[in-house]
Design a protein around this ligand. Structure first.
Ligand code: MRU
Length: 346
């Protein structure tokens, strides 16, 4: 069990993921600016963990408003909510958590501002617990598709550090390990910010799961050698047609898996789906600072200072490359427009 984030009543306490695996340091976030900075700089990251952090960020935001007039209070809260939503654009869980709090308040405003603050805290705790449970159920569903003695490749980090529970893709892998099904987990290092090397490898080591760290460029040959039975990754936003945005490099892994006839699965809770988007083209892709490409972890420079770099943080894998989407509602199969609509009962 890894403690990624918790509510202390005075603060949102997070494990600073930018320092892993070298240092395990917890930070107490007490202002909205600190929460936004922590999300932007990936001290807390992973779509579901960002959503839960944002929900507690709303408690911190509400506590900072002085007015006792409900209309003024809600107007100020809406401004702070919009700032929070803008912290990172791709993971829909952030917007989902903040909007589910705001919509409830805006539709049925309580009579007193104290009730607004206590209501947000209650809802944030419910979002937190809800994500923990979704992960658990997802892991139970996902374990069914893992063959015995499986070699599994994953990209980025999708475990305890990325959620409020056991994880999405890595949660399935951990559950499969408990069932004695995992022979080897291959963790892509995941340039530029190395979530695979720094975080997935760290989690696998903590959980005593057999794992091998590879550079991103090594995945294809590993598949050609027959070492990968399946790929499982997470997602940051899934459109109504099943197109899935995830960490940059995921699309490349999906293309390689397709070429080598290796099943490619996504594991994500229903809170990661955005049914307002009919296809993946409309998913907003975060572009981050060029220095993340020019340097390794903001320190060691590896490219000339004057060389322009391109740094999209996510890419979109089209539905025809996805063998199935593991959710808490079961494993969705193609055609996704149909199975997703069914899962949401629309
Ligand atoms: O930029 P990050 O580290 O927040 O990106 C995280 C990912 O891409 C994960 O794969 C995704 O959020 C799913 S996490 C359960």
């Amino acid at each position: 069990m890894i403690r990624t984030l918790e509510w202390t009543n005075e603060s949102l306490r997070i494990l600073d993921q930018t320092l892993l695996p070298l240092e395990e340091r917890y930070l107490d976030l007490t202002t909205l600016d600190q929460v936004i900075e922590a999300i932007r700089s990936l001290r807390v990251r992973g779509a579901p963990a960002i959503g839960v952090s944002a929900a507690y960020g709303m408690v911190i935001a509400a506590r900072s408003i002085a007015s006792s007039d409900v209309t003024i209070f809600l107007k100020e809260l809406r401004e702070l909510a919009n700032r929070l939503i803008a912290a990172r654009p791709t993971a829909v869980n952030l917007e989902w958590a903040v909007e589910s709090i705001m919509i409830r308040l805006e539709e049925r405003p309580p009579e007193k501002t104290e009730a607004i603050v206590s209501g947000i805290l209650k809802q944030a705790m419910a979002i937190h617990e809800d994500d923990r449970q979704r992960c658990d159920v997802m892991a139970d569903h996902g374990v069914q598709i893992i063959p015995d003695k499986a070699g599994i490749l994953t990209h980025c980090n999708t475990g305890y550090l990325a959620t409020a529970g056991i994880g999405t893709a890595l949660g399935v892998i951990f559950r499969a390990h408990e069932a004695g099904k995992v022979s080897m987990v291959y963790a892509d290092e995941t340039r530029p910010l190395l979530q695979g090397a720094r975080l997935t490898a760290w989690e696998c080591a903590k959980m005593s799961v057999p794992h091998t760290l590879i550079c991103d460029s090594m995945a294809a040959v590993l598949m050609r050698q027959g070492k990968v039975d399946l790929v499982i990754v997470g997602a940051d936003r899934i459109a109504a047609d099943g197109s899935a945005a995830n960490k940059i490099g995921t699309y490349g892994v999906a293309v390689q898996a397709h070429h080598h006839n290796v099943p490619f699965y996504i594991a994500a809770p229903l809170s990661t789906f955005d049914l307002n988007l009919v296809s993946g083209e409309a998913i907003p892709i975060e572009e981050r600072n060029q220095d993340e490409v020019r340097r390794i972890m903001n320190t060691c420079q590896i490219g000339p200072e004057e060389t322009p770099c391109w740094n999209p943080a996510f890419d979109v894998t089209p539905p025809h490359l996805i063998s199935g989407i593991i959710t808490e509602a079961g494993i969705l199969k193609p055609p996704y427009a149909h199975s997703i609509a069914e899962a949401f009962d629309v």
